[in-house]
Design a protein around this ligand. Structure first.
Ligand SMILES: N[C@@H](CCC(=O)N[C@@H](CS)C(=O)NCC(=O)O)C(=O)O
Length: 242
């Protein structure tokens, strides 16, 4: 049994999809990050970085104590190893999957995440931040579109690299881009959306229903802002905090 510590954002949805794809049994622990659930001391023991998603494997392969894993890329690798699925064994495909997975967690996710911050949460009129991160997001989508123009999936076959990228391209409309501009991404995105496991994760009220975090424009209370971006989040990581 896997405990999935979850909020419905692109990073969370990756793991819900992976669990549905592999059929590993899981139970969901839902977090409200506006309310600061992720800043609580109990969660620090699961993820010292206080971010979601995270998992706890209650039956790890060494048969030892429950094993916590944080960082969505590491979680996908962990679940691929546990299930023996969705990380190609073939030498070239294996390293293609690792390259595109790393590209997503180090590039596409952070850049779209910063675009989301400036579009959604920053005071109106932060034109530099919006322009900087939406331009970089568009550049990365060009790279993704080019790759998917030459291969059906990022590592030739469907893998954790596709699962990592797919949720991030679903709401690019918030940044005034459209899949119509990226025909290879659109073809790939539709093929993945048609997979029963993806439909199950997206269609489930528990893991799939878009939350306030995905709206185009948000207004937070000072406490919510502090939990997400401010002193409350910072204090959780200080010595003795969180
Ligand atoms: N690199 C991390 C990113 C995790 C992340 O930024 N999670 C967001 C939700 S998608 C979060 O926990 N935000 C709460 C906060 O920053 O206060 C991963 O891939 O797991």
């Amino acid at each position: 049994m896997i405990e999935l510590h979850y909020v419905r954002t692109p990073n969370g949805l990756k793991i819900a999809i992976m669990l549905e794809e592999t059929g590993l049994p899981y139970r969901l622990v839902a977090y409200d990050i506006f309310a600061g659930d992720h800043l609580k001391p109990a969660f620090k023991r699961i993820n010292p970085n206080h971010k979601l998603p995270a998992i706890v494997d209650l039956a790890p392969e060494d048969e030892g104590a429950p094993y916590p894993v944080f960082e969505s890329g590491a979680i996908l690798l962990y679940l691929a190893r546990k299930s023996g699925r969705l990380l190609p064994a073939d030498f070239r495909r294996h390293f293609l999957a690792l390259q595109w997975l790393t590209w997503q967690v180090a590039g596409l996710g952070p850049m779209l995440g910063q675009a989301a911050h400036f579009v959604r949460y920053a005071p109106e009129g932060q034109d530099y931040g919006v322009a900087r991160y939406t331009r970089e997001a568009r550049r990365l989508l060009n790279v993704l579109d080019a790759r998917l123009g030459e291969a059906p999936y990022l590592a030739e076959e469907y893998s954790i690299a596709d699962i990592a990228c797919w949720p991030w391209v679903q709401n690019i409309g918030n940044y005034d881009m459209s899949l119509a501009e990226f025909p290879a991404i659109r073809r790939w995105s539709e093929a993945i959306a048609a997979r029963p496991a993806v439909a199950a994760a997206v269609g489930s009220p528990a893991t799939g229903v878009p939350t306030a975090y995905l709206k185009r424009r948000m207004t937070l209370t000072p406490e919510q802002w502090s939990n997400m971006f401010g002193d409350n989040l910072l204090r959780a990581t200080e010595r003795g905090g969180g």
